[in-house]
Design a protein around this ligand. Structure first.
Ligand SMILES: Cc1ncc(COP(=O)(O)O)c(C=O)c1O
Length: 408
């Protein structure tokens, strides 16, 4: 089925404002169903969780529905879904919990391709425990994360391997299943950052080989909330720091304070939105998610090819990395122009793009680009169009012409 872009765009009220959003990696626009679901809960009688009265039961149901929705999205068990305010906060919770069991001589493996949210919590937990940090390096030219290095990095003392399923800087999709296999051969735990990958295609916890997978709903049309999923048995074996009277059940004991019930209803609605991306899809929600996200992925990949070809044809533009498998995310620079100046020039023309390091700190540091401003990032989401790609390329031409940097 051809992806119905007009129907898809109509589901995002914010798109009527007319901005061109190549900033999905920093947060997508919100689907109408999400806004309605959040508003409905805010308008309804809602109490703190309690089975004793209907408004209390409503919030219990909202939480259960969000767990089920995220479980369907990722191929997990609802009881394995820990909900929280952000991927960063959840990863810190897990790092402190796991780190409490590490000893001097233990080792953790992180990658220089990752967003700092899947690096620093582990580095700091390792430091606190006296454990050793080992670094997986990316290829500076291609932006690939070679799998082979993990056989050297992982050893008998490795307790954890943290790796991204999709780079938010240059889109690289590492071979996570192969890396996980190496980690599991020594009994190490694998924590996968799915924040950038989950919005761009079907995801399956088991096929990834992830023990823990983290995702943020605001990157896939939902509200600013996140989830961390694992087998419930994995959570049952861990004891996070928690308040004495708060629930000791799994997964609740990993969640701090009273959750945002309204936004959790938005998480469920966002998953339902993704499950409806292919109107012809049949079956249960997981099957419809797979079909909808596969259709969106094909659409995004066609736009990515168009964007990459257009950028490659412009000598004043340098694109970083050329990974074989990638999310639709591109970092680039315009010759003679700082990334912030390029971002500003595009912003003035109504184009929304990020600039800087987008917290992919180690990537830009290793590339020697961080101190001079990082790069500009064009990230494609399923509501983008071929026309928007063409307009971005034309605007870049105008930017280059204005600054006189075109290498003619
Ligand atoms: C790949 C990746 N991981 C982690 C994060 C952090 O997510 P959050 O803002 O939910 O903490 C981001 C945010 O941009 C990201 O792109």
């Amino acid at each position: 089925m051809a992806f119905d872009i007009a129907r898809t765009r109509a589901a995002y009220p914010a798109l009527t404002e007319g901005f061109v959003h190549f900033d999905g990696a920093g947060g997508t626009q919100t689907a109408a169903g999400v806004i309605d679901a959040v508003t409905d809960v805010m308008r309804a009688a809602v109490g703190n969780r309690s089975a004793a009265f209907a408004p209390g039961r409503r919030s219990l149901e909202v939480v259960a529905a969000a767990r089920q929705a995220v479980a369907d999205l990722l191929g997990a068990e609802p009881d394995g879904v820990v909900l929280g305010p952000s991927a960063t906060a959840l990863t810190y919770t897990l790092a402190r919990t796991l780190g409490a069991g590490w000893r001097p001589g233990d080792e953790v493996v992180v990658s220089r391709l990752d967003h700092d949210a899947n690096v620093r919590p582990w580095v700091q937990a390792a430091e606190a425990a006296g454990a050793t940090v080992r670094w997986a390096e990316f290829d500076r030219h291609t932006g690939e994360l070679p799998t082979g290095q993990y056989t050297d990095l992982v050893g008998e003392r490795t307790r954890l391997v943290a790796v991204t399923a999709g780079s938010n800087a240059i889109g690289t999709v590492p071979d996570v299943p192969a890396i996980a296999k190496i980690a599991h051969s020594v009994g190490a735990l694998v924590c996968v950052d799915g924040v950038h990958s989950v919005p761009h295609g079907p995801t399956d916890l088991a096929s990834l080989g992830a023990d823990v997978l983290v995702t943020s709903a605001y990157k896939w049309s939902g509200p600013h909330l996140a989830a961390m999923v694992a087998d419930p048995a994995r959570w049952a074996a861990l004891r996070p720091a928690k308040l004495v009277p708060s629930s000791d059940a799994v997964p609740d004991r990993f969640e701090y304070g009273t959750p945002s019930f309204a936004l959790l209803a938005g998480v469920t609605a966002a998953v339902d939105h993704l499950a409806g991306l292919d109107p012809d899809a049949a079956g249960d929600r997981r099957a419809r998610l797979r079909a909808g996200l596969a259709a969106a992925q094909a659409h995004e990949e066609a736009l990515l090819d168009r964007l990459l070809a257009g950028l490659a044809a412009r000598p004043a533009i340098t694109v970083y990395g050329s990974p074989a498998r990638r999310c639709p995310t591109v970092s680039f620079r315009v010759a003679g122009m700082s990334p912030t100046a390029t971002q500003q020039a595009l912003g003035d023309a109504g184009f929304c793009l990020s600039s800087g390091d987008y917290y992919a700190y180690e990537y830009f540091q290793t590339m020697g680009l961080r101190d001079s401003g990082g790069a500009v990032r064009a990230s494609i989401y399923h509501y983008n169009t071929a026309d928007e790609v063409d307009r971005l390329l034309a605007e870049l031409d105008a930017v280059v012409d204005r600054t006189g940097t075109m290498a003619r």
